[in-house]
Design a binder for this molecule. Structure first.
Ligand SMILES: Cc1cc2nc3c(=O)[nH]c(=O)nc-3n(C[C@H](O)[C@H](O)[C@H](O)COP(=O)(O)O)c2cc1C
Length: 338
């Protein structure tokens, strides 16, 4: 039997297949089915900064009106429990998942400003979370804001979070950073133990009939993996953090490519939303079979084998590849084969 174990954020995991943040972790039953299917850890859906702040504002509003007696006058609805549900429910779900499952539970906080919501990191830790994934989904819209300012924002949030928690901390990033390896090193210095590459950028579409901008949420395909595995391959062996791929992992081939590039774990979301927990079992079976067929005794043996640092021709990940590809294509067009 091939050893599929891997280390991620200092956690010893049985294999590299980890469901990523999604609504699936809202149900204890589904979470249990994911564990039974072979998932080695579980990243929870996110608790959003906006939800934390809305809950806190409602509580403070309630308390204020209650003290002044205004609540009774206007029939202020409900009691204080109505206002704390989102954040409290989340803490409760961490606790419940820890009771129901044996695999590590990675909580997820999603926000963009250093501030009060970051304190939830320590509450999540107290609720039993084994690690925290911080999703900083910041859309840099202002021409007045430089990339330095935006990177510093990330660093400030990670620094604050590190002060809040002692459990492992990973950061889920966008791909739009101009000097990603340098930035990841800064995150590491600020206290991050890992990075998850990459957030999918949910762009709205333009509806030509109604001349409106409409939100879209399309599930991914394996095509989205290449951007991720490329940057994992660039980071592997150059930074001292755990590496996770999130985006475009649907099959065992996708997972194997990610590990060959250098990933410690592969996150699945779209594949699970489409195919259910069976997708975990299928991916694991395929990884196992491929490793056996290629005479590897463990997953560890292939980790990073095709990273930029270890691949025989490192230029394949660099500008030289781009120039070669375009020139080759131009030659084919010229000779009528394009
Ligand atoms: C319906 C849905 C809900 C998601 N919810 C969250 C979330 O709460 N927090 C988060 O960080 N990512 C969330 N994601 C992003 C996924 O965790 C994952 O990073 C992304 O979908 C890329 O992986 P995939 O190609 O396997 O889908 C969500 C994605 C989908 C499709």
């Amino acid at each position: 039997m091939v050893d599929l174990s891997t280390e991620y954020l200092g956690l010893k995991l049985a294999n590299p297949v980890v469901p990523s943040a999604s609504p699936l972790s809202r149900s204890l039953d589904t979470a249990k089915r994911l564990e039974d299917a072979g998932a080695s850890a579980l990243v929870m859906y996110s608790l959003f900064e906006e939800d934390v702040e809305r809950s806190e504002a409602s509580i403070s509003d309630y308390l204020h009106h209650h003290e002044t007696g205004y609540a009774e006058m206007v029939g202020y609805p409900g009691d204080v429990h109505d206002f704390s549900t989102l954040a409290d429910d989340y803490l409760g779900q961490v606790f419940a998942l820890k009771q129901a499952l044996d695999i590590p539970i990675i909580a997820s906080l999603n926000g963009v400003t250093p501030g009060g919501w970051v304190e939830y990191g320590s509450m999540l830790q107290e609720s039993g979370a084994d690690a925290l994934e911080l999703n900083i989904y910041y859309v840099a819209a202002s021409p007045d804001q430089s990339s330095d300012v935006i990177e510093q924002l990330y660093i400030d949030i990670v620094t604050e979070m590190r002060h809040q928690i002692s459990m492992p901390l990973t950061v889920k990033l966008f791909s739009q950073f101009s000097a990603l390896p340098h930035f990841v090193r800064r995150l590491e210095q600020a206290g991050a133990n890992g990075v998850a590459l990459f957030n999918r950028f949910f762009q709205p579409d333009i509806d030509l009939r109604n001349l409106s901008v409409v939100p879209t949420l399309a599930l991914s395909s394996s095509k989205e993996l290449l951007l991720r595995s490329h940057w994992i391959a660039m980071l592997y062996g150059r930074v001292n953090v755990s590496l996770a791929v999130t985006g475009g992992v649907h099959t065992s081939e996708d997972a194997l490519k990610a590990v060959l590039a250098g990933a410690d774990v592969t996150h699945l979301c779209s594949a699970l939303l489409r195919r259910g927990p069976d997708a975990v079992t299928e991916v694991l079976k395929g990884i196992q079979q491929w490793l056996e067929a290629h005479d590897y005794a463990s997953l560890e043996e292939i980790k990073g084998l095709l990273s930029q640092k270890d691949v025989p021709d490192p230029k394949v990940y660099e500008r030289a590849n781009y120039v070669h590809l375009l020139q080759n294509y131009a030659r084919q067009v010229k000779s009528g084969k394009g």
